[in-house]
Design a protein around this ligand. Sequence first.
Ligand code: ZN
Length: 268
Amino acid sequence: MTVRPFLHHARTSSTMIRDLQALPGRVLRKCLSSAARIRAARRVGWPSGRRVASITFDDAPRSAATAGAQVLAEMQYAATYYVCLGLLGKGAADDPVLDQGRLETLVAQGHEIGCHTYSHLDLARTGSEELLADLERNRERAHRLGLPALESFAYPYGSLTPRAQALVAPHFRTARSTWIGLNAPRFDALALRAVPLMRREGLHVALREIERWQRDGGWLVLYTHEVTERPGQFGCTPDELALVCRRLSDSGGEVQTVGQVARGLAVT
Ligand SMILES: [Zn+2]
């Protein structure tokens, strides 16, 4: 079976605009004013000239924890794996979400485990109580598994709404979006920008943003999913990941997990 029910289908802005346009004017105004009231931003100032990169994997298919982690080990890099702990061992038969054993191996290797909700919820379509209960389930499972506290969050499907942002704000230092870009000179730590290392966008997008990062500085957060010789549109090959790692290394910038960078951020 090759269906990947948990993978990302980022809602495009045109879809969201269409959704909004479908609302009656009165309802739309109410929605927008509520959204504005509950928007929770965490503004951060980034030191001029500082260059740090983070490598992240969403959903954490097994291949990201095996082939992906092997590439990182050769560079002595640690990454952030955003995992739905309710989905361990589930998903595509050929490359399911990693299991508990591989999760423990990642932690032992120095990688960070981040939260991607317990059951890969689309936050734009989930009620507030359901979302908070789901986050709590993930936190409890992490505790039972003996994982370090989950400090970093990534929005499943890239579904970042003002309400979702406000709900995750008290629980995490950072929340990563799928909006493409670097984080600098000032940014919102609850809407971290990211750079795809994925077939869908093409390797050139990651290489272009690395060049920009090399020139301008900032916090570059790369993200992908599976790491296999024949990835789907949301993954990459081991060679592509290795090439990106070499470019990061050649640039002389630091590579740290999202949690490591976040602990040093100056929230303003
Ligand atoms: Zn995901």
